[in-house]
Design a protein. Sequence first.
Length: 137
Amino acid sequence: MTFGEKLRTLRLNKNLTQQELAKKAGLGLNTISNYEKGKTYPQNREVYATLAEILEVSPDYLHNENDDFLAQTQQQYGSRGARQAQQLVSEVSGLFAGGEMAEEDMDEMMKAIQEAYWIAKKNNKKFTPKKYIKDEQ
């Protein structure tokens, strides 16, 4: 389950509207809406902690490594990069569905694939729009 799906389910279980959750968390309504739609992810781990406290769950339940990967990809490569990363995560996660692989092994596999993604992006800089290339000096 993605962060957005977890957030929506937990919010509904607490009988909170998006507006009420946004107000309690000190966030905007659009922010909560975008989180639930999977369009964006919290950039700051404190947001996970705040939402987790309101929804009475562990921050670790809301957060996973894929969230960091997707947020970092969006920050570095914009919405196109974020879409590519989301597609990669979805397709790789689909490979694990119903499998017999241990959770630890799946996490390591996902980390390796994410690392390969970063290497490929770095090697293909010439195809990345200049506005998304970070200065590496």
